[in-house]
Design a protein around this ligand. Sequence first.
Ligand SMILES: [Zn+2]
Length: 291
Amino acid sequence: MHRRIGVAAGAAALLLTLAGCGGGGSSGSGGGTASGTGSPAAAGGVGGGGGGSGSGAAAGAAVWSKWGLKPLPPAPAAPADRPIKLSRTGPVPVFSRVPTTQRVVFITIDDGLVKDPRFVEMERELHVPITMFLMNDAIKDDYGYFRSLQALGYSIQNHTLHHPVMSRLGLAQQRNEICGDQKILTAEYGTAPYLFRPPYGAYDRATREAVRACGPAAIVYWTDTMEITGIRYQNGRLRPGDIILAHFRGPQQLKGERMTAMFANMVKRIEEQGFTVGRLDDYISRPGQAG
Ligand SMILES: [Zn+2]
């Protein structure tokens, strides 16, 4: 199902109309536009850092071809001076893109409803970087599935316990949603999420307070939304630093297509516009992290 929900987003009271973000339902296609933007975190400061590589170049052309793809260009080296710097204090920043001039975009995959083993196989072979925003109701029947993706170097982030429209809840309930998911994800995956994505993109001032209280240090929005074969763009096409929202979906939500077909389509759309995929963690300096 896709839902349209108007929300007042933060102090800007921006009215957003959003397509449903997972949580079950029958159709993953269709309407709605995500016109909201968060304010990108300020760049600046100095420091070392470096970090892992987001490259899928290790896999040979034959392996890419097996999935109907051409090899993606290797991801550029992670910036030594990370463009997004998070701290433990103050209002949590909201960002919907990464300030960079590199021809790189970032893939985020939400909820965790459908757990297709073929997708793990695909990622083991191609190593296209993803960041997962997991909601407990969707993953609690099989936490282990996401452990196999985490083992490939992809981080797991907070997306609430039950996928509510946060801006319709009070502070205490919002804290319960975020702290509850934080506790479970930390216990299951051995590392505390440092990013939060609000279901449907709906957040308010209390959400930011609750995020801070529960541990994550930023709210991650998105610029573009992956559907089944195409990407719905906020600016007509991909731009450097765009964050793409996708979901763990299967044939029921993808009109008969598998998760792997959706993912291959997304990689094609990225590649044909001359971009490659970066590792979001490499562009963000966590609280207390040098660089
Ligand atoms: Zn969601």
